[in-house]
Design a protein around this ligand. Sequence first.
Ligand code: ADP
Length: 466
Amino acid sequence: MSRLIVVSNRVTAPSGQPVGGQGGLSVALAEALREYGGLWFGWSGQSTAEFTGHLNLARTDGITTATIDLEEQDIHEYYHGYANRTLWPLFHYRIDLTEYDRTFDAGYARVNQRFADTLVPIIEPDDVIWVHDYHLIPLAMELRKRGITNRIGFFLHIPWPPPRLLTTLPHHQALVATLFDYDLVGFQTGEWLEAFQDYLAREVAAPVEDGSVTAFGKTIRIGAFPIGIDTAAFQTAAESPAALATRARIAASIDGRQMIIGVDRLDYSKGLEERFLGYERFLADNPDLCQQVFLLQIAPPTRGDIGSYQEIRSKLDTLSGRINGAYAEIDWVPIRYVNRGYGRHELAAIYRSARIGIVTPLRDGMNLVAKEYVAAQDPADPGVLILSKFAGAALQLPEALLINPYSQEEIADAIKVGLAMPLEERQRRWTRMIEGVVTDDVVKWRTDFVTTLEQLPLRADTAGHA
Ligand code: ADP
């Protein structure tokens, strides 16, 4: 069996803090590394005065991690720049927030070169290399330039934008061309895969046949590999002593009311403003029901160095304050708004205590919170999932109450329907959803991807780069 090298922007040990979205994913990748051997390579999260390419090697929880420190300028131009000010908003359909800056392009290219320079000496001939996410799209090209002929796969965790949006990116074709240095390129859902195919058909006239596509003189395999969660671990967490303690704490504070739960990184793609407005609409439309419910919104801030994140944070501060000010009573507030993270056990308990899980991203590659909410439910009395039809997860969870997150009325109506939904219907919907969440878990996801990659023939066309 080949060794596996996982490459991602940040390396998160499974015991590391979950905020930032890596909980189940880091566990799954760590498990894959234990099975295949190999190592996990990425940025340490630390800065250094001058880039040296020094590898920090460590053994954590039975896996080997290899990290590098980056210069402040790298972090600014590559991470806060091209990755999170250019690609992230554009790929989430927010061209209004997308920033283009030549220094970002240069920083992105430079850091990918630095990753390649440091990684090449530790790659062995039979290693299979699995690169993750939008920070590292050109990495395979840099590795091929340095003579690496190993199998290299790429998985995109976020949406792939439709061609009309992607073509607003300067040098979009050069970026897309770098994907053809991978052997396998994976997307979260058929919808993102289709958008990628549309781009190829429109911009480079490259048709897809049997899951393979040839362009820029190279043939790659493409496919949809919907990511799952560590379902069994989450179900166990929901029943753990730590979870029971949290559930008791919530029960004591609920005072017989129904709880609606939202858990998201504080990101403009999550539709938090729209959610608050939809909830406000519900309060306005249903004065008789108002005080029987409250919304607990957990939203730890992320990427606080970026202006658009400061803006959404301040908007939500204002909005939650306004709604609470307008509707609260001496013994009830409509929104409990919490800007911090919670551990997996506490989170599982919080999900389980909520009658409604509300997940309203404007666009999302998958959205794991939706699956976590389903996994944490009590089969005897499961809650209702309200889910944006624009999340990748909607394709896998059609039994959720699917809504258009831009419509306050749809959100308000879904809350009303969810609160009134009889036990039998809740159980029927949940039973269908949990089946998928159990079957298509994170282990299946990584096994499908790595097995597909391993079985591809070694490519013969890397010599052109030498
Ligand atoms: P994204 O990757 O864009 O953040 P996902 O919904 O796919 O969105 O994944 C979010 C992950 O981060 C989930 O595993 C979720 O449990 C975790 N998470 C989000 N907010 C918190 C929080 N406040 N405390 C703990 N974990 C959180």
